[in-house]
Design a protein around this ligand. Sequence first.
Ligand code: FE
Length: 206
Amino acid sequence: MSANHTRAPTGAALRVKALEALLEDKGMVDPAAIDRIIDLYENKIGPRNGARVVAKAWTDAAFRKRLLADATAAVAELGYGGPEGGHLVAVENTARVHNLVVCTLCSCYPWPVLGLPPMWYKSFAYRSRAVRDPRGLLKEFGLEIPERVEVRVWDSSAEQRYMVIPRRPAGTAAMSEQELAALVTRDSMIGTAVIAPPSHKAFARS
Ligand code: FE
């Protein structure tokens, strides 16, 4: 494993922190507004890119093949890449294998497809338990992986970052790529969740 991600924050990151603290002190920025922006990139805008990648992999066999062979090149076809991308590797969940992504040393994460990492991804508890007791950890996320399914844990680094291709849920054969993308959650691409079959409530109401 690379030691590259053990580096302290860069000068630029420290300057941003210092600037943010100063602006807050002077009442020039609202910390709640900053939190809302972070939430936007952490939960909304960021992971939608990855969701599009997953939906395309589910519906386009040739793309899925290219994605598994060279994810960096495949996501570039959709216009995704850039800083904090590193070399991207896509790992696919199957009936026999469930994949889980972690960065044991810090918080390496595939920004171009997943956005900003959630707080828990950076926590010591997550980083250590993902390796020591992945099944126990997944249970805390509400995910019980049957014994017959192998759990594979992938340790990200600055050079190599992973995304999980979750399994396509049942009952989605008639859905468009766009509708499928809407089902894909951030956590399912980290491996701490699976995607539930779509609810039929929308049809039952009306
Ligand atoms: Fe890291």
